[in-house]
Write a protein that binds this ligand. Structure first.
Ligand code: CA
Length: 228
């Protein structure tokens, strides 16, 4: 599944150029020319990343970035701000408004794509703080601790996220691609077999507590966390 990139740019020629480059790089391009049409696009099809022009008619890119950050549905979407301004204080203002990165016009398509990939890679879905319990396991995101019948289970960060996802989505089969999207975030360069590696590590960590069978392989489909 290709990451969807929403381009918010009022100048038709630049919007066209951005859409062309984004599509060439294998992403799906969505377009908007102002804040209103950006919100419309977001409601229709949640983007994985937003390329946001600083100077937009009516609502500026900085205001839109702040709005996106204060809305629960959009607060985690990475934003790269595009601007003709190159001053340091503008850069600070852009980043303070909630942008993840900042690129100054004119930019090379190669540099823009490198920035997009970097932001998508480091963007990982947020995990709520609530303690979750399932199948005799208890997992606390706040303290980053997993216990099985009072014994502590040591997990790496990815296994921890994976287990959290499974425990909160028990009894359902997930494909490797779905797990990548849900646990790793919208990364473009992770191979599907990476999932298998982390599933193996997770099972190995659960084995001493005899809980590795909670993670079931569903042949031809993927994996399932099941307490049955
Ligand atoms: Ca503009």
């Amino acid at each position: 599944m290709n990451a969807k990139i929403l381009i918010v740019e009022d100048e038709p020629a630049i919007q066209e150029l951005l859409a062309f480059n984004v599509t060439q790089a294998g992403f799906q391009a969505l377009r908007a020319e102002d804040a209103d049409s950006a919100w419309q696009q977001i409601r229709n099809s949640m983007p994985d990343l937003i390329l946001l022009d600083w100077m937009l008619p009516n609502t500026s890119g900085v205001i839109l970035a702040k709005q996106l950050r204060s809305d629960a549905r959009t607060k985690d979407i990475p934003i790269i701000m595009l601007t003709a301004r190159g001053e340091e204080r503008d850069k600070v203002l852009g980043l303070e408004s909630g942008a993840d990165d900042y690129i100054t016009k004119p930019f090379s398509p190669r540099e823009l794509m490198a920035r997009i990939r970097a932001v998508l890679r480091r963007h990982v879905p947020q995990m709520p703080d609530e303690v979750v319990a399932a199948g005799g396991l208890e997992l606390s995101p706040a303290s980053h601790r997993v216990t099985a019948r009072d014994a502590t289970i040591e997990l790496g960060p990815t296994e921890f996220r994976l287990l959290h996802f499974f425990m909160t989505h028990a009894e359902r089969v997930y494909s490797r691609t779905q797990l990548l999207d849900q646990v790793w975030g919208t990364q473009v360069f992770v191979e599907e077999r990476t999932v298998d590696v982390h599933i193996r590590r997770l099972r190995a960590a659960l084995e001493p507590a005899e809980m590795d069978s909670l993670i079931q392989t569903v042949r031809g489909s993927g994996y399932r966390f099941s307490v049955k």
